[in-house]
Design a protein around this ligand. Structure first.
Ligand SMILES: O=C(O)[C@H]1O[C@H](OP(=O)(O)OP(=O)(O)OC[C@H]2O[C@@H](n3ccc(=O)[nH]c3=O)[C@H](O)[C@@H]2O)[C@H](O)[C@@H](O)[C@H]1O
Length: 458
């Protein structure tokens, strides 16, 4: 029998091999943890860099009062990740405000998601001006309508900055990025009767906001020329007709009217001290497609269709209340005419060099219509009778009638309203039917004729 085999060498070899395997797996583990650590660090760095550039919004970084971009932008041209103040945002601001025609304007339109603001923005953009919008999308009336207008503007390559007139940091930033030649200032707290419910909102938008904008404009270089929305309501208790720019406007009947009249006086001051070119437009009850749901023609339409009763006001003496209802397309032509004839501001670096232009114009229809007749026209266009409730006009700021003399606007920029109330309301009802998807006589007629309702795709 031979001696047992010597296994001690084999055992040693196995132990050695297992030792080497352990070392190798530890090394592998170390290498992969290092890789994971480095990758995490890199991702963290990229994220920190991204948020430093894009977030929080500019004004949050510079002061605590915040406005947030809602990232609502749906157009492929203006992607959703455009926080205010970031490079992507600046690119959109520049692109939107760059004119596409020789000697075109670069215009900041405040209240661009509003009724008159959205129509004017599109008209100006279509003729080749650069247009940048500003709007705070407040909820005075259904903000979804403002968002729909915003979508329509995006389709027309107009970008709206989501921000407030009272945000001085934002306004200063906009003027840093763009040397605006003009401002069309239409942002305001509108509505005559709402002023009794929320007086402070009128002070905040129509006075403080306006002054904030003027402060930025007077310091800008070049100073822009400014065209802005005043109101027919400044005539207040004036009873001379038709209303002329030469008539008294020192008896406003509502706080809304008082803030618009204050705006006209404030405009005088900034023109006088700083040489800003300023043109105030007194709008007379403007109506039409994409209009304001707080206005009588709009909510009468809704209530009539829903079978609800409507209050039709009459004066305390039992007379009909009347308005010089003015169609939106006519008003847009007036705004464009005022911009085209606005002279340059004369100041620079906050100092006036010589006297500058200061103007006020009526933009009305020159043909007042009693509210009862407005209701009859709507009944016929909707194909439905209204449940009318005739009541005395509440003492809440309303005036019994308005009637514009527009000879000054005609003389200076050829303003000539051409749409009567029945034709204008027909266009409004056509839009309303398409936008809200409701049946009306107008809709049946246009479908019968093979037309597509306006606003149906918004
Ligand atoms: O030109 C302006 O500067 C203003 O025009 C608009 O004010 P107004 O002319 O008062 O329009 P709007 O409310 O549509 O009432 C229309 C008519 O219906 C009567 N009216 C109103 C409500 C009601 O329930 N019943 C009624 O008969 C009412 O008595 C009136 O006769 C803008 O809203 C305002 O922001 C401002 O721009």
């Amino acid at each position: 029998m031979g001696s047992p085999p010597d296994t001690s060498k084999t055992i040693k070899l196995e132990r050695y091999n297992s030792y080497v395997r352990r070392i190798q797996s530890t090394k592998l583990l170390n290498a992969s943890s290092k890789l994971i650590f480095r990758t995490t660090l890199l991702i963290a760095l990229v994220l920190v860099l991204f948020f430093t550039i894009n977030y929080p919004p500019l004004s949050d970084r510079l002061h605590r009062h915040s406005f947030l971009s809602t990232g609502f932008f749906s157009s492929s041209r203006f992607p959703t990740s455009s926080a205010i103040g970031g490079p992507n945002w600046e690119k959109q601001v520049r692109h939107s405000s760059t004119p596409r025609r020789p000697n075109g304007f670069s215009i900041l339109v405040t209240g661009a998601a509003g009724f008159i603001g959205s129509h004017c923005s599109i008209a100006l953009k279509k003729r080749g001006d650069g247009v940048l919008g500003l709007d705070n999308f407040n909820s005075y009336y259904d903000p979804s309508l403002k968002r729909s207008r915003q979508k329509m503007l995006l389709k027309n390559q107009v970008f709206i900055v989501d921000g407030d007139l009272n945000d001085a940091v934002l306004l200063a930033k906009l003027f840093d990025v763009v040397p605006f030649s003009h401002i069309l200032h239409l942002a305001a707290q509108a509505g005559v009767r709402y002023a009794m419910q929320n007086p402070q909102s009128y002070v905040s938008s129509n006075i403080a906001g306006f002054i904030n904008l003027l402060e930025i404009a007077k310091s800008a270089n070049p100073q822009p020329a400014i065209v802005w929305a005043s109101s027919s309501s400044v005539y207040g208790l004036n009873d001379k007709v038709p209303f002329s720019e030469l008539h008294r406007t020192d008896r406003p009947a509502s706080l809304y009217a008082a803030t618009k009249k204050a705006g006209e006086e404030i405009a005088h001051t900034y023109n006088h001290i700083y040489g800003l070119s300023l043109t105030g437009l007194r709008f007379f009850t403007v109506y039409g497609p994409w209009g304001r749901p707080d206005m009588a023609y709009f909510f009468f339409t809704k209530d009539i269709l829903q079978g609800k009763s409507i209050d039709v006001y009459q004066t305390q003496e039992g007379k009909q209340v009347a308005r010089d209802f003015t169609y939106i397309d006519d008003v847009v032509k007036g705004c464009v005419g005022a911009l085209d004839t606005a002279e340059k501001s004369t100041g620079s670096g906050g100092k006036k060099k010589k006297p500058a232009q200061l103007r006020v114009y009526n933009l009305g229809n020159t043909s007042p219509v009693p509210v009862g007749q407005l209701v009859s026209i709507l009944e016929s266009l909707l194909g439905k009778k209204a449940k009318k409730h005739v009541v005395g006009m509440p003492r809440n700021g309303d005036v019994p009638f308005t009637h514009a003399n527009v000879s000054l606007a005609y003389r200076d920029f050829g303003y000539k309203p051409s749409t009567d109330l029945a034709s204008g309301l027909r266009k409004f009802v056509k839009w309303y039917s398409g936008y809200y998807g409701v049946e009306t006589r107008v809709k049946k007629e246009i479908q019968g004729a093979g037309e597509v309702p306006e606003g149906g795709s918004a």
